[in-house]
Ligand binder design. Sequence first.
Ligand SMILES: [Zn+2]
Length: 392
Amino acid sequence: MNEFLSRALGMKEEIVRNRRTIHQFGGVGLDLPETTAYVMERLREMGLEPVEICQSGVVCCVGGKRPGKTILLRADMDALPIEEKTGLPFACTNGTMHACGHDMHPAMLLGAARLLKEREEELQGTVKLMFQPGEEVLEGAKAMVNAGLLENPKVDAAVAMHVGIGRKDCRSGYVTYVSGPSGSSADELWVTLTRDKDSEVNLVDAACHMILGLKDLPSLEIRINETFGLMINAFVCDNDDPAGLADSVTFKGVMICMNDPVRNQARDRIVTIVEELAKAHRVQANIHYERSVAPLVTSKELGDQINPAIAEIVGDGNAEEQPLGFLSFGAEDFAEVAKHVKAVYLNLGAGCPEEGYAVEGHKDNVIFNEDVLPVGAAIYANVAYRWPQDQA
Ligand SMILES: [Zn+2]
């Protein structure tokens, strides 16, 4: 058996304890004081020197004693604003819940930290551990990159891991990843229409024309082989006189895309369509377009390079590249790291319906298989140990 795996299995109790403690902290967005303090304390106990480089964003390096490349391992650690209904003895009671497994991730990465620290003298290059907040709100990775995550030492490759649950492709210990465009961007649009006080123009009519114009965009202007989606998901009228014309109308949209140039082209056309139709209808349009997270584009080269190190932990046939669409995730803010360095995003199965785990992530009663925690820790460690050696 692989040395990291046997050691990780021996540490299972510690990894599970860390997971359950972080689970009880919960916490959403960029404000995770208890989780951050806990993670940093555990790392210090191992003799490491974690640094909080931005709010609840922790970086910790292992190795660096021998020259070589730097590989980054990422664990996100924010919960969701969900009232937990699992009935587990360690259920979170503060109205937040780790329903996406972002408690499993830091527990596995803490496990990997110990595994790597124990063999630090052997490490070629540096392993940089990234404990990030705010994945669910798509802000944490960008904040950490802006705070210097990828420098000192400069990161050469990055690997993120996420547990998958409740689907048949999530059998425990089965690792999958997609190469190339594998997660969408997520941008938001707010348009507010107003009219001159004494004009008789109907803002609802104008807004409806704009929405239809925007809905035509994918079919008329985006090439059929590109993935672009536009959804209008809110429409609000402000009306002093309920029987009269609206004084202002606001609608909100979400755009997803798998390719940055197409995303930019679509943004320009969206703004033009709204501006020109506003002129045609003699209304004022206030347009707010927010670019949230980039499309996630991962590296086939890196996937091929680290595959043997993963297979060594989970067994041949249990570490597989899959076609796009195999994994169902939308926007993932690891894209902000993958934009700058070659990266792979691993899905680690943590329970499928045949194993008794029928509830998917983001549900208030989802339960994860904790048996995969040592496996995840060993995957992180083995990849980070082997990749810089293979590159030397
Ligand atoms: Zn998640």
